[in-house]
Write a new protein. Structure first.
Ligand SMILES: *[C@@H]1O[C@H](CO)[C@@H](O)[C@H](O)[C@H]1NC(C)=O
Ligand SMILES: *[C@@H]1O[C@H](CO)[C@@H](O)[C@H](O)[C@H]1NC(C)=O
Ligand SMILES: *[C@@H]1O[C@H](CO)[C@@H](O)[C@H](O)[C@H]1NC(C)=O
Ligand SMILES: *[C@@H]1O[C@H](CO)[C@@H](O)[C@H](O)[C@H]1NC(C)=O
Ligand SMILES: *[C@@H]1O[C@H](CO)[C@@H](O)[C@H](O)[C@H]1NC(C)=O
Ligand SMILES: *[C@@H]1O[C@H](CO)[C@@H](O)[C@H](O)[C@H]1NC(C)=O
Ligand SMILES: *[C@@H]1O[C@H](CO)[C@@H](O)[C@H](O)[C@H]1NC(C)=O
Length: 455
């Protein structure tokens, strides 16, 4: 393999993104593999690779094929999805990067490529240093089928102590015709979003610390009560935030609203990169009627892989009058039906209207071999006799944490049985919600590719 320097020597090797980068020259200097220093002198990397595209020299790999998808689903963009790097044996991409934490985003479009059939891809993806297993025995086509999506995007976060970040794609041994492929790779420097704080493990009296040795996979990232936020609207980190309404459970969905016009979001408690303005500037609460609120939980339902710890980050900000004082709106948070915190008072944590805060909790998810339900619920807290019986949430992120040994890989989701349409029967709310939630999950990160690769 050529030395990293020569492999990344010219920006002509990358998919041209000049207009995109012009917008952000203060953050990124364009140089194929982009390394720049921002005002705080932090070295940043921004790498965007459309794998298998012609003329992308840095993408060349021995004993692999660059191929074009036989068909294009209307929902997938030309770049990065229509070309792929493919091999029936293992191949490695080596990216020279600055030290620090990175978002690693992988893009997959399971289609027929040359002699490789869509249904046969089955492979692991590992990241080094760290020996992290990001995917294992991954079937892109089964996953896409289960999520009812044409393409799949996955976001991980790994710390790179120094040198290079290597991504290795290895077909599963012993599976006939198994091959590995990838359509797009994106690597973005990120601040240490996860800190090294002691976090409560919900339902236990112990704590856990997410540190440099932890890799994470983003499972969900929601702008609660607001609209989807595309990667380019989240300038520094190119995260995708999606509308939470797909995950709301049951008919009691509360009310959504935006900040009062005379409220400004002031980042005095959390850094601005914690979440964009639009996340804190919109919210969902339970509604105006205290009796109704006391009778239900404002609930979201997700599905996650069993056998992992999850970091749940809940973003809060009071954005409307009259919520300016302590003990006006106090509520309990339940994560997977266990009390994460009994009496959350946003104003008491933030110090005032318009000031964002977030709260982190660790949740253990056990269970069988298939994906498990994951419940997030809010309920008014009465013991302090607050002025309103209500609850609020502005943003929600759920990250899977690598287990000892560095594993992040979960099972391939099982595609739901083909529904037999019966116009006389109404589809159950639960059934609809489970289709919606998975589809939107992958769609969320999938939007990244469309928005970033094409800007
Ligand atoms: C791939 O090709 C096979 C054989 O021609 C066909 O049966 C299958 O539907 C194709 N799959 C996709 C995803 O296009
Ligand atoms: C990454 O790959 C390069 C080139 O194959 C190799 O020199 C380097 O040691 C690898 N780094 C890690 C951390 O595995
Ligand atoms: C890396 O992880 C794999 C799978 O977890 C394990 O089999 C292997 O021994 C590990 N390699 C090193 C060098 O730690
Ligand atoms: C990979 O997954 C397939 C089907 O999902 C399964 O039949 C096979 O046993 C798995 N292989 C390994 C090594 O886990
Ligand atoms: C801001 O506007 C709201 C109504 O939109 C009003 O109730 C409140 O008194 C105003 N607050 C200030 C400080 O102007
Ligand atoms: C809210 O959720 C908690 C935890 O699952 C549960 O104990 C409680 O009964 C629920 N309350 C209502 C009103 O549904
Ligand atoms: C958690 O709460 C939800 C909603 O109230 C309920 O449907 C589910 O069965 C509960 N799960 C467990 C494990 O108690």
């Amino acid at each position: 393999m050529a030395s990293p320097r020569s492999k990344y020597s010219s920006h002509h090797h990358l998919f041209p993104l000049s207009s995109f980068f012009l917008l952000f020259t203060s953050l990124f200097l364009l140089a194929g593999h982009t390394t720049a220093r921002d005002s705080s002198s932090v070295v940043r990397d921004y790498i965007l690779l459309s794998c298998g595209a012609s003329g992308v020299q840095q993408d060349e790999q021995d004993d692999t094929l660059s191929a074009t998808a036989a068909t294009q689903d209307p929902s997938v963009s030309q770049v990065p999805y229509m070309t792929a790097r493919i091999s029936p044996s293992s191949f490695t991409y080596s990216f020279p990067v600055s030290p620090g934490r990175k978002f690693v985003r992988l893009y997959f479009y399971p289609a027929n490529y040359s002699a490789y059939f869509a249904g046969d891809s089955r492979f692991a993806v590992t990241a080094n240093p760290g020996n992290f297993t990001l995917q294992s025995n991954f079937s892109a086509s089964q996953t896409a089928q289960a999520l009812k999506l044409a393409s799949i995007a996955r976001e991980f976060s790994v710390n790179v102590p120094s040198g290079s970040l290597n991504l290795t794609f290895t077909p599963t041994a012993g599976v006939p015709n198994a091959y590995a492929f990838v359509n797009g790779i994106e690597i973005v420097s990120m601040p240490d979003l996860f800190g090294s704080k002691l976090l409560a493990i919900v339902g236990t009296s112990t704590t856990y610390t997410v540190d440099e040795s932890t890799a994470l996979q983003t499972m969900y990232r929601l702008n609660v009560g607001g609209n989807a936020i595309s990667p380019v609207e989240d300038i520094d980190l190119f995260r995708s935030w999606i509308d939470d309404s797909f995950y709301i459970f049951s008919a009691a969905t509360g009310v959504t609203y935006a900040q009062d016009t005379n409220v400004t979001i002031r980042y005095t408690k959390v850094p601005q990169y914690a979440a964009p303005n639009n996340v804190y500037g919109t919210a969902r609460s339970m509604g105006p009627n205290p009796n109704i609120n006391l009778a239900y939980n404002l609930t979201w339902l997700f599905s996650v892989d069993p056998g992992f710890l999850y970091l749940v980050r809940m973003h809060f900000c009071e954005i409307q009058y009259p919520f300016t004082d302590m003990n006006q709106r106090v509520f309990s948070i339940y994560l997977n039906n266990q009390t994460a915190q009994q009496d959350v008072d946003v104003i008491s944590s933030s110090g005032g209207i318009g000031i964002p805060v977030y709260k982190d909790y660790i949740v253990i998810v056990t269970g069988g071999t298939d994906q498990q339900d994951f419940w997030v619920a809010l309920h008014p807290y009465q013991a302090t006799k607050p002025m309103y019986y209500d609850a609020i949430l502005n943003g929600l992120e759920i990250f899977k944490l690598s287990s000892t040994g560095g594993n992040l890989a979960g099972p391939n989701p099982i595609p739901p049985p083909e529904p037999t349409p019966d116009p006389t029967k109404v589809v159950s709310a639960r059934g609809q919600s489970s289709i919606g939630k998975s589809a939107v999950l992958a769609g969320a990160v999938g939007g990244v590719a469309a928005a970033i690769f094409l800007v």
